[in-house]
Design a protein around this ligand. Sequence first.
Ligand code: UD1
Ligand code: CA
Length: 449
Amino acid sequence: MARTCLTIILAAGEGTRMRSDKPKVLHEVGGLPMISHVLRGVIEAGTDAIALVVGNGGNKVGDIASSESDKIELFKQEERLGTAHAVMAAKDALSRRYDDVLVLFGDTALITQDTLLQMRQALANGADVAAVGFQTEDPDGYGRFIVIDEQLIRIREHKEASEEELRISLCNGGIMAINGSKALELVSAIGNRNKRGEYYLTDIVEVASKQGLNVLALEASKEELLGVNTRAELALAESIWQKRARREAMQNGVTMLSPETVFLHHDTKLAPDVVLEPNVFFGRGVEVGSGSTIRAYSHLEGAKIGEGVNIGPFARLRPGSVMDSGSRAGNFVEIKNAHIHAGAKINHLTYIGDADVGSKANIGAGTITCNYDGFNKHKTIIGANVFIGSNSSLVAPVTIGDGAYVASGSVITEDVPIDALGVARGRQTNKEGHAATLRERYRGKNDSS
Ligand code: UD1
Ligand code: CA
C-alpha cells in the first residue's frame, strides 16, 4: 500500500531582514510568491495533506496558499518561538499519524520534486529522520551537519557553533523528513529552549540519535536549498530560477541568442521555434506562438501572440494585446488592449490602445490612437486593408471602414467610410519666391545688429 504523507510548511517568519511590510514568503520569484513555488512543488510530488504554519500577519499568506490547493490546512503560530515550536503549531495534523512527515520552509522556494521524492524514499528505506544538506564554501548563517559513521548526530546552528564546527562545509538546508509514527514524540521532546529562547527543529537530530534512531543526512544542490532571508538572497533565488526557466524553454524548442539577458515570468508560454533576441522581458501572462520572433529590448505583458509574428526591436506590448498570425509591431511601438488581426503591420513609433486593427491594415509611422479624454477610454476600430498615413491622430471613438485611406498628418475625429479617403489637415499653399524674400529681410536685420 502506498505510504501516506503530511507536508508541513513553515511560513510564520516575519522576515525582518527583508525590511518589508509584506510577509517574507509572499515576495516573488519569477513573479510568483515563494510560498506558491513551494506549494506547487509539494503538490506535484504528491502529498495527502498540507499543513501551513503562518504567523499573526499570515492571513494574506493563507489566502494565497488556499488559492493553490484545497488540501491546505492553516495553523497559526501566535508567538514566533522557533522552527520546532512552529511544527508543534500543526500538532493536530501530526497526531493523525501519516506514514511520512515532510517539514519544509516557505522561504526555500527552489526545492525540486526530485529532492522531495528522495526524502520520502529515505523514510521508506527505514530512516527515522532525514535532513537535507548541501555543500558550500560560504556557509555563513546556516546550521552545520555533524556526521559520524554516516549517521547525522547533530545540527549546530551557526550562532552556536564552535570554531571547529564553523569549518564544516555541509550545511543544513532546513528541510526534513520524519517517520510519521514518531514525529509527534520527537518534536515534543525538543523541550529545551536554547540560549536564544527558541525551540530549534534542528535539535530533533540530537534527540533522535540519542534514542538510537536512524538519522540520515541527504544532499541536494546549494542552489535548490537557498533560503531567502534578505533581498540579496531574493535576487539570487530569482537568478537561479531564471536560469532554470530559460533552460526549460530551450529544451522545449525556443531559441535564445543571449539567454542570460532574457527574463521570463512563471506563466510565460513559448511555443517551439520562437526566437528571442537579447534583452527581452516577459511580465505576467504572455503566450507566444510558434515561429514568432521577439527582437531585442522588447517588454511584453499580458499579450497573446500568434504564429509567425514579429515584435520589436524596442516594442512594448501591454495587457490585452492580441497579435494574430503574421502581424508585426516594430520599433518604438506600444500596444495596449488591442486586437491586431492577421497580417496587419504597425512598424514604427506608434501607440495603439483600446483598438481593433483589421487584417492586413498598414499603420504608418507616428500614428496615435487618442483613446483617453481625461475621464474615459474610447475605442478605435480600423477595418481590414486600411492604410493610415504617417503621423495621424485617430481621436476615439472612431471607426475607419475597410479599405479606407487616411492621409498623412490627419487628425481624424469622424468616421471614415469603407473605401473612402479621409483627409483632415490644413491644405498646403506655396508662395513663389517668398523664401528668398524672407532670407533677404532677416539678413538685413542681422547686419544692423
Ligand atoms: C534555518 C535552520 C538552519 C538552516 C537554514 C536553511 C533552524 C533552527 N535553522 O535557519 O539550520 O541552515 O534554515 O535555510 O531550523 N519559522 C516559523 N516560525 C518560527 C521560526 C521560523 O514559521 O518561529 C519559519 C520561517 O518563516 C522560515 C523557516 O521557518 O520559513 C526558517 O526560519 P528562518 O528564521 O528563516 O531560519 P534560518 O535562520 O534561515
Ligand atoms: Ca531562512
